[in-house]
Design a binder for this molecule. Structure first.
Ligand SMILES: Cc1cc2nc3c(=O)[nH]c(=O)nc-3n(C[C@H](O)[C@H](O)[C@H](O)COP(=O)(O)O)c2cc1C
Length: 352
């Protein structure tokens, strides 16, 4: 069975006895590092193996730039119809930070219009970024072109079967999306606890865990299950730099761990949303006439949590306040090492 270098588990097994050497160093005043040999960090150029997940309309300059400036890897989304907007957002991020960021190519949304697809690929692969993610489709459509341009590509998968196909296609790594995550999913989602282990058993590529992670505890858990990085969506929606309406952020903060449901959203595909009265009516088979058909206008801009479906992962139940992106990332990193130390101490006490 091929195994990727898993910094989480290898660190756990060998920490005791050489703790000083391996203890993450404090640099630049407040920043903690310690991921120099992590494959996701090597591929992305970020300081930490923490990605901000792609999200239509939300993963734009204010959020992407803030995540990358704080040492994570922001991912700019390109699923809108308009390349000019993407270009403007790209320039705005570049003006905010000289740290690396990535771009997501949502295959299903791009392939509908071949001229636009070609234009987006030409523009993205013209030396603009060194890391892209692909999602929602067959990665074989783009892998050769992306790698030919010297760019690293991770493909997002919600199943073991998808992971095996992506490996065959030649991607450099995977974003493994558990069923507790937000986003468009199949009708039988597999949650991250099982999916990460199943993929790690069969696939040796670097693996980024998406779904259910909001802090260092979740990050350490993902590493224990075989991941070498994490991607957070819902956590960053409820950040100070996220451009959505405060009502939406407040609804995420208010949600309990059982505060989301899965609904058929886009052409029958399932999506996880906040459990509002409207969502419950839809689950019961109703199609309420007052339901919003334009989530960007009504929810993201207008704050109408009552009539629009708000995408959110089960992770919403772990989010207790809106925080600045830098605090989210610093807390995740320090919390991660705290959990690693706690687990390593189990080994020490077992020897006594
Ligand atoms: C508001 C919102 C919008 C999202 N939109 C997209 C999208 O457009 N494309 C996509 O591939 N994933 C989308 N996702 C899913 C994320 O990329 C990511 O897989 C997910 O948020 C991870 O789970 P978490 O929310 O528990 O962190 C979205 C997630 C949220 C919360």
């Amino acid at each position: 069975m091929p195994m990727a270098a898993n910094q989480g588990s290898s660190g756990l097994a060998s920490r005791s006895g050489c703790q000083d050497k391996r203890r993450p160093r404090r640099v630049q005043g407040h920043k903690l590092i310690g991921f120099e040999n992590n494959p996701v960090v090597r591929h992305t150029g970020a300081t930490y193996p923490i990605l901000q997940a792609p999200m239509s309309w939300i993963a734009r300059s204010s959020l992407v730039g803030a995540v990358s400036a704080a040492g994570g890897l922001g991912i700019l989304e390109t699923s809108g119809r308009d390349l000019e907007t993407v270009k403007r957002e790209y320039d705005a991020i570049r003006a905010m930070t000289d740290r690396p960021f990535g771009i997501n190519l949502a295959i299903k949304f791009l392939k509908g219009d071949e001229a636009r697809e070609r234009a987006v690929l030409d523009w993205v692969l013209d030396g603009r970024v060194k890391f892209v993610t692909t999602s929602a489709g067959d990665p074989r459509r783009y892998v050769e072109r992306i790698k030919g341009a010297g760019v690293t590509v991770y493909h997002a998968v919600p199943t073991l079967e998808g992971a095996l196909k992506a490996e065959d296609a030649g991607v450099d790594g995977l974003v493994v999306e558990g069923g507790e995550s937000a986003g468009i999913r199949g009708s039988e989602p597999v949650h991250a606890m099982v999916l990460l282990q199943a993929v790690r058993e069969r696939v040796g590529l670097p693996m980024i865990a998406a779904g259910g992670v909001v802090d260092g505890r979740g990050m350490a858990a993902a590493f224990a299950l075989g991941a070498e990085g994490v991607a957070m969506g819902t956590r960053f929606v409820a950040s100070a730099e996220s451009r959505v309406h405060e009502n939406y952020k407040a609804a995420i903060v208010a949600a309990s761990p059982s505060g989301t449901v899965q609904l058929p959203l886009v052409r029958g595909a399932m999506g996880r949303v906040l459990k509002t009265e409207m969502a419950l009516r839809m689950m019961a088979g109703e199609d309420p006439p007052e339901r919003s058909r334009n989530g960007v206008a009504d929810l993201y801009i207008g704050g109408r949590t009552d009539i629009a479906m708000g995408s959110a992962g089960e992770s919403a139940g772990l989010i207790h306040e809106v925080k600045p992106v830098a605090a989210i990332i610093e807390d995740a990193v320090s919390g991660f090492w705290r959990e690693i130390d706690r687990l390593a101490a189990l080994r020490d006490s077992a020897r006594v």
